[in-house]
Ligand binder design. Structure first.
Ligand SMILES: Nc1ncnc2c1ncn2[C@@H]1O[C@H](COP(=O)(O)OP(=O)(O)O)[C@@H](O)[C@H]1O
Ligand SMILES: Nc1ncnc2c1ncn2[C@H]1C[C@H](O)[C@@H](COP(=O)(O)O)O1
Length: 227
């Protein structure tokens, strides 16, 4: 029996992986997609024309970068919608606005006008049929030291050259954001509870939890529709 059937995960599920930079989202996205034979929606860092410039000068490039990410994620949303689900998504669109854009606005590296333009566009995009909420958002969490260690060992120069205070602020904002998030069901997973690199089998307890969660939330949605 395949793992998707074994853990009764619907073939049209949409699962989003959230968490701070370096925590392990892309690795988890690929491992889950491989185990479930789902498609991936990955963040493409190498081809992003603004990211390097942004790390050199936040103020100059933050608006351009947010618009670029928004366009990329919207295209991915449309693709997921057209395929009818069966996707693992590396980072949610909610994080772009709830973490990154907000953090740069609050710190004065995105102007009020740019922030308002961005949030208006975001809201208009979210209210389209292309934007089904995910069945589940998996939130990866670890200690700040573990996250910084992973950023360092992954070795993207632009991130290694960024002051640690930036990652610390982002880490704290993520904790606050997830504690107030309610757009879809959340499954929190601590990164010390699995090791996808050394122990391939450690994906199975995660699949079991995903199956359980999605079945519960779909039952709940059906009951709400009948009411
Ligand atoms: N379970 C894990 N155990 C050890 N290292 C990991 C694990 N998951 C990811 N990593 C490593 O941590 C770094 C960041 O992972 P990545 O998936 O790129 O994070 P993100 O997509 O959240 O930025 C990479 O070098 C990756 O190999
Ligand atoms: N919305 C964003 N604004 C600024 N920077 C962002 C945004 N989304 C992702 N990023 C950055 C952070 C990392 O340097 C890379 C890739 O993110 P990762 O968490 O490693 O997948 O893009």
């Amino acid at each position: 029996m395949n793992l998707r059937d074994k853990y009764q995960i619907p073939h049209d599920s949409i699962i989003t992986i959230a968490g701070t930079v370096g925590v392990g989202k892309s690795t988890m996205t690929k491992a889950l997609a491989n185990a479930l034979k789902f498609k991936t929606s990955l963040e493409k860092v190498e081809t992003n024309p603004y990211l390097g410039k942004f790390y050199d000068d936040f103020e100059r490039w933050s608006f351009h970068l947010q618009i670029y990410f928004l366009a990329e994620r919207f295209k991915e949303q449309k693709k997921i919608f057209e395929y009818g689900g069966g996707f693992i998504q590396d980072r949610s669109i909610y994080e772009d606005t709830g973490i990154f854009a907000k953090m740069h606005y609050d710190n004065g590296t995105m102007s009020k006008t740019d922030y308002e333009t961005y949030t208006n566009l975001f809201e208009a995009m979210v209210m389209t049929p292309y934007f089904p909420h995910p069945d589940l958002l998996i939130y990866l969490e670890g200690t700040f030291d573990e996250v910084v260690e992973r950023i360092q060992s992954r070795g993207r120069e632009m991130e290694k050259n960024t002051p640690i205070s930036y990652w610390e602020e982002m880490y704290n904002r993520y904790e606050n954001w997830i504690n107030n998030f309610n757009s879809c069901p959340i499954l929190r997973i601590n990164i010390s509870d699995y090791d996808l690199i050394e122990q391939e089998g450690s994906i199975e307890p995660i699949l079991e939890k995903i199956g359980h969660f999605i079945q519960q939330s779909r039952k709940w949605k059906t009951r709400e529709l009948i009411k």
